[in-house]
Design a protein around this ligand. Structure first.
Ligand code: M6R
Length: 366
């Protein structure tokens, strides 16, 4: 059942080129310019005319929501708020006509997300669901939705569901942007073509496994980790830290790279591994400065960089090279080495990777 892999988590990490392609099936065809999510019918018009998008989710799904915030704002020019379902539901939130709500959940059974949906509904909102489990409670409670089609995810640590969620949300954003006229035809087509290349790029990131295993050996006894990224890679930093915490029980924090100087920099010494997600994008130079600041304090830098980068490898102790892609799609690729890093560290520490202590696959109680 694990398909020859020692753990479900590793199997699911390796399934990502396929799960992302499955997510495209029947929906995306770059050569014909076809992009259509069957579940986006009436809701599409609402979204095209939306004044605001509110995303509600928990955990890794919340991180996918954060990536979506950047994508929707950039391409659709609609303001987005990403809310922890558990906070939203007890805050008497303001929901107005013209707001659209997107709920994201792998299991479709998360109690807080479900309660947040019911609350938003009671305030008149129309809810769009992005779920993986077909027929789940959240899929049923939402008005319309799009399944991620990632297949069953058994490992408690979410991996392929995360990349499938970002894939669906990217397709939604591009569809809406085209209808709103907030994206040029040229950029729209470039993005569709680029989306189709993602499974092959994820495959290349998976080929880094042996290198990541070696790096894991060096850091497996660390007691803390810092993950830093900026822009589209900021949610990836949060996700990398969450993966490590969940399965290896090493304390890890994800932070926006530029926030480092407002606090976390105080933690940096020769024992602090700092994972930078520093791919070539619009914040590259700024992140390079942050790497120098960490090096100056003897922090141990592991950097995820774009293939062919020569600058960061001259500064970081370890560099992991991933293929280049549009910065809006980079999370789909840059998260993969972080999934593998947490996996190997957890295995080396003798942890129960698929069923970490104190955690359940779906959190059906609040
Ligand atoms: O099933 P959901 O996507 O609603 O689950 C939300 C979180 O409970 C979940 O992502 C959790 O954080 C995972 N264990 C992360 O790996």
């Amino acid at each position: 059942e694990k398909g020859g892999y020692p753990h479900f988590m590793l199997k699911e990490i390796y399934e990502q080129p396929k799960s992302i392609s499955d997510c495209f099936r029947g929906r995306l065809n770059a050569s014909t310019g076809h992009l259509l999510l069957g579940g986006l019918r009436e809701y599409a018009n609402k979204m095209v005319n939306a004044d605001r998008i509110v995303i509600i989710a928990c955990g890794t799904s919340w991180h996918a929501g954060l990536v979506a915030e950047y994508i929707f704002e950039e391409f659709c020019r609609i303001p987005v708020e990403v809310e922890y379902a558990s906070e939203f539901r007890y805050r008497n939130p303001v929901i107005k006509e013209g707001d659209v709500v997107i709920a994201i959940s792998q299991s479709g059974e998360t109690a807080d997300t479900l309660a947040a949906i019911e609350l938003a509904k009671s305030k008149g909102a129309v809810i769009f669901g992005v779920c993986n489990v077909v027929g789940s409670s959240i899929a049923r409670a939402t008005h319309e939705g799009a399944y991620t089609h990632a297949g069953p995810e058994i490992g408690v640590a979410s991996t392929k569901a995360f990349t499938a969620q970002i894939t669906v949300l990217s397709m939604m954003a591009l569809m809406i942007a085209q209808r709103r006229g907030t994206i040029s035809e040229r950029r729209y087509h470039e993005m569709l073509v680029e989306l189709e290349t993602i499974p092959a790029k994820v495959e290349k990131a998976l080929a880094l496994n042996a290198q990541i295993e070696q790096i894991s050996e060096i850091f497996k006894d660390a007691t803390n980790f810092l993950y830093l990224g900026r822009g589209y890679n900021f949610p990836v930093a949060l996700e990398g830290a969450l993966k490590l915490k969940e399965i290896s029980y090493i304390h890890a924090e994800g932070y926006p790279a530029a926030e480092m100087k407002h606090g976390p920099i105080a933690l940096i010494d020769e024992n602090m591994p700092v994972v930078f997600i520093a791919t070539k994008d619009s914040s590259y130079e700024k992140v390079v400065s942050n790497i120098q600041e960490v090096r100056a304090r003897k922090g141990r830098v592991i950097a995820i960089v774009t293939e062919g980068d020569t600058l960061i490898p001259s500064m970081a102790e370890f560099t992991i090279e991933v293929p280049a892609t549009d910065e809006a799609l980079m999370p789909l690729v840059s998260v993969v080495p972080l999934q593998l890093l947490s996996y190997h560290i957890a295995v080396m520490r003798g942890c129960n990777v698929d069923q970490p202590r104190n955690l359940a696959k779906s959190v059906t109680v609040e």
